[in-house]
Ligand binder design. Structure first.
Ligand SMILES: Cc1ncc(C[n+]2csc(CCOP(=O)(O)OP(=O)(O)O)c2C)c(N)n1
Length: 207
């Protein structure tokens, strides 16, 4: 996308998550806070979902930790452009450790949508997160501008024996309401119990 051009996409993150939802039933799913978390939650909360509230930028780090500790589990991170930009080093760390059971999906809406819709560095094509992920050394990076490309990339990623990164250009629109009946500590302990029930692995949660 040329510098200065508008973000051209007619893809909505909520539609992407809806299309993925059936595939998320048996995976550990980590989301960023705000609109993305709400969109997944509204489709139906599950014990294998962890909505990382507050800690902007760290959903991919949590996903890396889970995927590395639980090599037999599939892990999916639903991230945002603002969040990745806040912790750009995560792409190099992911590239270095590259757990094959991790799919990192970055929904790039060019916006800090959940806190008022301020433009992020990816607005108008200034910063290209897929190029940064490739430059960081992430082994398999997909850029998706439409639903077909997105679903194709997800199908390949979910089937892959390599860590995959998908940068999906989406519209800067979110839910018309916010409210989730699960707070962060409860969500963390629920995930710990879920992981224990399927793997016998004891997740350590410290405060
Ligand atoms: C360290 C930190 N700074 C700021 C915030 C406030 N904040 C919460 S969500 C958000 C925007 C996240 O943007 P992005 O990852 O692009 O997701 P979007 O809201 O666009 O879905 C901000 C700035 C925060 N939670 N933590």
């Amino acid at each position: 996308m040329a510098h200065g051009s508008k973000l051209i996409t007619d893809m909505k993150r909520s539609d992407c998550i809806k299309a993925l939802y059936p595939e998320l039933a048996d995976r550990l799913v980590v989301t960023i806070m705000g609109a993305c978390a709400q969109e997944l939650y509204d489709l139906g909360d599950r014990d294998n979902f962890f909505y990382l509230q507050h800690a902007m930028g760290l959903a991919s780090s949590i996903g890396l930790g889970l995927a590395s500790s639980l090599p037999n589990q599939k892990v999916v991170v639903l991230d945002g452009d603002g969040s990745v930009l806040m912790n750009l080093g995560t792409l190099a760390t992911l590239a270095r450790y590259r757990p094959p059971n991790l799919t990192h999906i970055i929904f790039d809406n060019g916006s800090l949508l959940s806190t008022g819709g301020f433009a992020s560095h990816t607005t108008s094509g200034i910063t290209d997160l897929a190029a940064i992920a490739r430059g960081a050394g992430c082994p398999k990076v997909f850029a998706a501008d439409n639903n077909y490309q997105f679903l194709e990339a997800c199908a390949e990623a979910f089937d892959s024996n390599e860590m995959c990164t998908i940068v999906a250009k989406v519209e800067a629109v979110g839910p018309d309401h916010f409210g989730m009946d699960i707070a962060l500590p409860e969500n963390a302990f629920r995930l710990k119990r879920y992981i224990k029930s399927i793997t016998n692995y004891e997740l350590r949660i410290t405060n």
